[in-house]
Write a protein that binds this ligand. Sequence first.
Ligand code: UD1
Ligand code: MG
Length: 446
Amino acid sequence: MLAVAVLAAGKGTRMKSDLPKVLQPLAGATLVERILGSCRALKPQRQILIVGHQAERVEQSLSQHDGLEFVLQQPQNGTGHAVQQLLAPLADFDGDLLVLNGDVPLLREETITALLEQHRSSQASVTLLTARLDDPTGYGRVFADASGQVSAIVEHRDCTDEQRANNLTNAGIYCFNWKKLAAVLPQLSTDNDQGELYLTDTVAMLSPAMHLEVADADEINGINDRYQLAQCEAVIQQRLRRHWMAEGVTFIDPDSCTLSDGTRFDRDVVVEPQCHFRGTTTIGRGCRIGPGSFLENASVGEEVEVLYSVLRDAVVADRCSIGPYAQLRPGSELARDCRIGNFVEVKKSQIAAGSKVNHLSYIGDAQLGENVNVGAGTITANYDGVNKHQTVIGAGSKTGANSVLVAPITLGANVTVGAGSTLTKDVPAGALALGRAKQLVKENWS
Ligand code: UD1
Ligand code: MG
């Protein structure tokens, strides 16, 4: 039997934020989502989140997470006090308890699995994760002998100078025999610099206490302030980019680009400098993205080019070309071989194959047939101040420069709109529509 408890009740004072620490985002997921994700593979029988500071907000953020129990810690009197709150809910539980600090988001699934395996095969009372850090400032120091047996953990602020020189560091990830832990939890005292109940003090009361040292010290990075948050973000970004490079994506300047967990690339994509991918963006084979583009929840087909552009909740089919300086807003759908040029904004519109909107346009709430050519500066006037209205442009139609199509309006197939027209009425297929003042010339006027 396995229970997992994540400590997420602390305020995160050092973050200086209105947001609880465990809800700070890293590469698009909160710290606590990342921690919970790292123990999903263990399939625990119980999953408990200890909440306290802004408990409701933390619970709400995880409402989609199935099978999670919330236990309230009020007030927050330290990590040992947090785990004491489990004495009642786990009164009948007999098995291992994995305790994870909520602010250690870089842990790998394999590491937690290895910790649990070692704990079970050695029959220790507690097994904790450690690493040797170049700079262990702020972390608890672990005192262990050569056989891996731990005698104590001393917090940085409670260490003597000599103890501080020990760089074997407590990760804040522990596997306990729950019955044995439950027996010593009531004995914790507040006799330390912070006057709190420390979970780490239970380690000296349990025997045998063992540790597992991780090879990659990055994994145990705890986040207490914004600097550590940025360092962890950098580690996650590095991991994501390396993963996609191994899958056949070229990054011209990897460090200048950011990804999310949900980003997916097919092979032979080239990502130019300064590109940012958020949410569940997917990029098809052979695309060239950037430089300077931002894509959020975008679905991009094969061999598409995107240059200095923003795409949000947009769908782009094969061989389209976007930008420079275009914006595809939510609900934009481009079929294959479309071209969206500079200073063009598209919103909630379907554009059929081979159509072009090359310069300086706004296309909103519109449906364009195949091979439409939208002239420079064409605007769909979709909003009457109260409601949004549709514009429909039939296949093969052309609009002249600076046309305004006042919606609702339908142009049939193969319509030509004269430059500078403001159209308010439907135009039948094959027609020429002009809606502008006639030119007047007065000779010898000057
Ligand atoms: C803790 C460990 C330290 C370890 C480090 C690893 C203790 C006493 N110290 O220190 O040995 O090296 O983590 O990152 O455990 N929390 C609660 N309730 C509380 C207090 C904290 O739920 O009353 C939660 C916090 O939300 C956080 C976690 O416990 O997720 C750790 O608390 P934090 O204050 O960050 O402990 P550290 O000082 O980092
Ligand atoms: Mg911490």
